[in-house]
Design a protein around this ligand. Structure first.
Ligand code: GLA
Length: 342
């Protein structure tokens, strides 16, 4: 309704293990986190005006299904306009966003923005439709052919739970996250630009490999060995990463953080050596974290090429994560996105 006030919130997510598996129909173990984006404002017919405390310049445009998204400035407005097209919005809003989520850090700030914006438009479909809409908006806005990891984590997150997502059918199983563990996130200082990265190339390699040996999530190492060069290494990452997610989920259920941590560190090595999405800064950070007492394991999280590392720690092992690299957080698994009319 015109003039109606609203407020919405979308959390970011951290992926504990299982990266570059979603678009290959594999497995991941993420959770929504208590850093996120909130938008408050009032509905307004036909136009959008959105400012943000984290992003420069106000986004303003008239709602038009034929809008040329590539021309929208500032650039973050392209996410907003892409969501408007996906929602087929007639009613817009004047609103402001506040964010505690670092951008370009592998914690899904763009997906959180897309989901929060869809809710601001009054999106009223099912949670699964909301997640799929966010994925389509990402492609429309910046051309990134992402999987569903970010959007499913953000929409379906549950406080104090991690979630095992099987991307073969998008089934979600919650796993209680133990109270005596901390999830510590450290920013490497390297900004990650997913659109500029080799993300699409990695996805294409996985698709090519799957054409030759079938779904990578189920591939055996014997199947993988029939591939050559880079293709073999990409496929080996996906196949072994899915196995690590299965084992990490079992270990988390059994309250065995030592095994979860070991698997996280193995996952980092696979992302570094087989998938080639790490950087020397991320590698050094993981190594450094693993020398600290009370740290069970660490890995890059998200797409890689910079951004953040995540560590699983004994509660209180790292009290001031920001002291380690300048930017760091202790996060708790949190509820998914929500909207509230005022
Ligand atoms: C980005 C994408 C996700 C996923 C991760 C890597 O966050 O948006 O779909 O592929 O990278 O796991």
């Amino acid at each position: 309704m015109n003039g109606q006030a609203f407020t919405v919130h979308a959390p970011g997510r951290v992926n504990l293990i299982g990266d570059h598996t979603d678009y290959a129909g594999g497995l991941a173990l993420p959770c929504a986190i208590d850093l996120g984006i909130s938008i408050s404002g009032t509905h307004e017919q036909g136009r959008v005006e959105l400012s943000s405390d984290a992003l420069a310049d106000t986004v303003t445009f008239d709602l038009d299904p034929a809008v040329n998204i590539a021309l929208i400035e500032p650039q973050w407005g392209r996410y907003v306009a892409a969501v408007a097209v996906e929602v087929n919005a007639a009613q817009g809003f004047t609103a402001s966003a506040t964010s505690t989520l670092p951008t370009g850090a592998g914690l899904s700030s763009s997906a959180a923005l897309e989901i929060a914006v869809a809710l601001s438009f009054g999106f009223s479909g099912s949670p699964m439709e909301l997640a799929l809409l966010g994925q389509r908006a990402e492609l429309r806005a910046v051309g990134v052919p992402c999987g569903l990891l970010d959007q499913l984590s953000i929409v379906f997150g549950r406080a104090e739970n991690a979630m095992v997502i099987d991307f073969a059918d998008n089934a979600i199983e919650y796993v209680a996250f133990p109270n005596d563990l901390d999830i510590v996130i450290l920013h490497s200082g390297q900004e990650r630009q997913l659109a500029d990265s080799e993300y699409a190339e990695r996805r294409a390699s996985c698709e090519l490999a799957a054409k030759q040996i079938g779904p990578l999530a189920q591939a055996s190492l014997t199947d993988v060995a029939t591939l050559e060069g880079d293709l073999q290494r990409r496929a080996r990452h996906v196949a072994t990463e899915c196995e690590r997610v299965r084992n990490a989920a079992t270990a988390l259920r059994n309250n065995d953080p030592i095994t979860v941590g070991d698997l996280m560190t193995q996952s980092h090595a696979s992302l570094r050596d087989d998938f080639n999405v790490s950087t020397s800064v991320l590698d050094e950070l993981v190594e450094r974290l693993n020398t600290l007492s009370g740290v069970y394991g660490a890995r890059l999280t998200g797409a890689g090429f910079g951004g953040c590392v995540v560590a699983l720690c004994e509660r209180g092992a790292i009290n001031e994560p920001a002291a380690l690299t300048g930017r760091g957080w202790i996060v708790r698994p949190s509820d998914g996105a929500r909207q509230r009319a005022i």
